[in-house]
Design a binder for this molecule. Structure first.
Ligand SMILES: Nc1ncnc2c1ncn2[C@@H]1O[C@H](COP(=O)(O)OP(=O)(O)OP(=O)(O)O)[C@@H](O)[C@H]1O
Length: 498
C-alpha cells in the first residue's frame, strides 16, 4: 500500500540567528485530516518553525515539503502553496471592511482589476459562514470585539482554501465562549480533511484537539507522540524538563487596611458606577467577557481614559490623569500591550530589566555595572527568562513569551503598593506561569495589593481572594473565594443575578 505524502513534512530543519541556534535538526509531519499540536517553553523554537513553514523565514539547512512538493522559491520570499497561517497578533486592517480584509491578498494580486463591492461581499460570505460569524461582510473591523476579529483572521486564512493551516495560539485572551467557537472550527477543519498545526500553551486545548503532540525544547524535538499517550503532567515535564507543582499557590488572608478605594468610577464611554476596595495583601480578580469593561476600569483607576469618580490610595485621593503621581503613590500598571509599552527592542535586555529600579543600580548618579548585573541576573532567573544570546543581546531577539516575561518581571521585583495586571500570562508557557503565580503570591504576602485582570478564568479563581465580575460596563457583583465558582462568574458575566 502506498502512503500519500503528508500535507506538511518538515525535514531536518535548522536555523541560527547570529551564531545561536534557534532550531536544530527539526523533523515532523502533519497528515491530511490530522491536528498536530506544537508545544514547548517560551523560546523553544515554535515561532521559528511556524515562520519557516509559512515561508517568511528561510532555513539554513533542511527543507519543508507540502504534499510531497517543495516550496516555490521567489525573490526574497518563499511561496508555500496550500498552507495558510493564523497569527496570534492580528494582522487585519482596522479601517477596512471584513470582506476587504478577507480578500486583501487577492485584491493586491498583480493585474487584479477593480473589484465591485457586491462581488466582494458574495465572495466573503461562504467563509464567514464557515467560521460561524454573526456579523456581515461589510462590517468595519474596528467595530468588532477582539474575539470576533479572530474569526475574521481565520476566515481570511480559509479564503485561500488551504490544504494545511497553522494556528499560532488562536485563543489567547479570548473568553470561554469564544474559545469554544475556535475549537469547533478546528474540529470541523479536521473533519473536512485539512491538515492543522496547532501551536498553544493551553494544554487542555491540546488534549482536546490534537491527535499527536510534537514537543520542542531548546530548539529540538524531544517528543513526537500520540496525544492519548500523554497526560498533562507528562506533557509538562517533557516541555519544561522538570515536574511542576499542581494547583495554585495560596496567598495568606489580606490585612485589614485598605490600599485602594474606588467609588463611582467611570470612563464616560463604556464604564460607569464601579465601586470596590482592595485591602493590603489582597489579590482582587476582575473577570468578565471581552468588551465588558475590565481593561477600561484599570485604565480609569490609573486616570488614563477621561475618567470620572473617586480613587483613593492609602486613604489619600489620587491626582488623576497624572501617571507620575500614580507611580509616586506606589502604583504599577502592566498592560496587555506590554511589548510596546515596556521593552526596548533595539537595546540590551539588561537595560529594559533594570530601568524601573535605577535607584538601586545607580551609585551617586553613576550606573553601577556590577549592581546592574546582579539585579538583572536575579530577575532573569526569577522569571525563568530564556535569552540564549545572554542579557547583552537586544530585546528584539527574545521570543514573544520571553519579551513578556521581561516587562512583567521588572515590575514584580519592585514590590509596588498596588499592581494592576492586565492579562499577565498571555503567551507565557506553563513553567513560567507557575513562577509568575508564585511571585504574585509573594508580593501579596509582603503587603502589595493586586488587581488581576485575566481571561483565564481558572487563573482568576485560583489566585484571587475575591473576584469582581463586570457585565456591560458595570460591576455586576463581587464574589468571595468560597462563592467564586466558574458557574457563578459566568452567570454574573452574562447578566444573570448573583
Ligand atoms: N530574529 C531573531 N534574532 C535573534 N534570535 C532570535 C530571533 N528570532 C528568534 N530568536 C531566538 O530563537 C529562539 C527560538 O525563538 P522562537 O520565537 O522560535 O520561540 P517560541 O517557541 O516561539 O517562543 P514563545 O513561546 O515565547 O513564542 C529563541 O531563543 C529566540 O531568542
Amino acid at each position: 500500500m502506498t502512503h500519500p505524502a503528508p500535507a506538511i513534512a518538515v525535514s531536518n530543519v535548522s536555523k541560527s540567528f547570529g551564531g545561536i541556534a534557534a532550531v536544530a535538526g527539526v523533523s515532523f509531519t502533519v497528515a491530511d485530516g490530522e491536528v498536530v499540536a506544537l508545544v514547548g517553553e517560551n523560546g523553544a523554537g515554535k515561532s521559528t518553525i511556524k515562520n519557516i513553514i509559512g515561508g517568511t523565514l528561510r532555513p539554513d539547512s533542511g527543507h519543508v515539503r507540502f504534499a510531497g512538493a517543495p516550496a516555490i522559491e521567489g525573490a526574497g520570499r518563499t511561496r508555500h502553496t496550500g498552507v495558510a497561517t493564523v497569527h496570534q497578533e492580528t494582522s487585519l486592517f482596522p479601517d477596512l471592511s471584513v470582506a476587504e480584509n478577507i480578500l486583501i491578498d487577492r485584491l493586491r494580486a498583480p493585474g487584479s482589476a477593480t473589484v465591485r463591492p457586491g462581488h466582494l461581499r458574495r465572495a466573503a460570505a461562504p467563509v464567514l459562514q464557515r467560521v460561524g460569524a454573526g456579523f456581515g461582510p461589510e462590517t468595519i473591523v474596528r467595530d468588532l470585539p477582539a474575539g470576533q476579529r479572530q474569526l475574521v483572521e481565520i476566515a481570511k486564512a480559509l479564503a485561500a482554501e488551504p490544504r494545511a493551516i497553522v494556528f499560532d495560539e488562536p485563543t489567547a485572551s479570548l473568553n470561554l465562549v469564544e474559545r469554544e467557537l475556535i475549537m469547533r472550527i478546528v474540529e470541523q477543519l479536521r473533519a473536512d480533511g485539512v491538515a492543522v498545526l496547532y501551536i498553544s500553551h493551553y494544554l487542555e486545548e491540546v488534549a482536546r484537539l490534537s491527535q499527536r503532540v510534537v514537543v520542542m525544547r531548546d530548539g529540538q524535538v524531544v517528543a513526537d507522540r500520540p496525544t492519548g499517550e500523554l497526560d498533562r503532567g507528562a506533557l509538562e515535564t517533557l516541555m519544561v524538563g522538570r515536574e511542576l507543582a499542581r494547583g495554585y499557590p495560596v496567598a495568606p488572608p489580606p490585612r485589614s487596611a485598605k490600599t485602594l478605594s474606588v467609588r463611582e468610577l467611570g470612563d464616560d464611554v463604556r464604564v460607569s458606577g464601579v465601586s470596590f476596595d482592595i485591602a493590603e495583601g489582597e489579590i482582587f480578580g476582575l473577570a468578565g467577557l471581552m468588551g465588558s469593561g475590565r481593561t477600561e476600569v484599570a485604565r480609569a483607576i490609573f486616570g488614563l481614559a477621561g475618567a470620572v469618580g473617586r480613587v483613593e490610595v492609602g486613604g489619600r485621593p489620587l491626582r488623576r490623569g497624572n501617571v507620575r503621581a500614580c507611580v509616586a503613590a506606589g502604583m504599577a500598571f502592566v498592560t496587555e500591550d506590554r511589548r510596546h509599552e515596556g521593552l526596548f527592542l533595539d537595546r540590551p535586555i539588561r537595560e529594559s530589566l533594570s530601568l524601573v529600579d535605577l535607584d538601586s543600580v545607580c551609585r551617586a548618579g553613576w550606573l553601577d555595572g556590577r549592581g546592574e548585573r546582579r539585579l538583572t541576573d536575579d530577575l532573569a532567573d526569577k522569571v525563568r527568562l530564556v535569552a540564549r544570546g545572554g542579557l547583552g543581546a537586544d530585546g528584539g531577539s527574545l521570543s514573544g513569551g520571553n519579551q513578556q516575561k521581561v516587562v512583567l518581571g521588572k515590575w514584580l521585583v519592585r514590590r509596588p503598593r498596588l499592581i494592576i495586571l492586565d492579562e499577565p500570562t498571555r503567551g507565557i508557557d506553563v513553567g513560567a506561569k507557575a513562577e509568575i503565580y508564585r511571585l504574585l503570591v509573594e508580593l501579596a504576602r509582603a503587603g502589595s495589593s493586586i488587581l488581576l485582570i485575566s481571561s483565564e478564568m481558572e487563573e482568576v479563581l485560583g489566585l484571587s481572594h475575591r473576584v469582581g465580575v463586570m457585565h456591560d460596563g458595570r460591576l455586576a457583583g463581587v464574589l468571595d473565594r468560597s462563592q467564586a465558582t466558574q458557574e457563578n462568574v459566568i452567570r454574573l458575566a452574562t447578566g444573570g443575578a448573583s
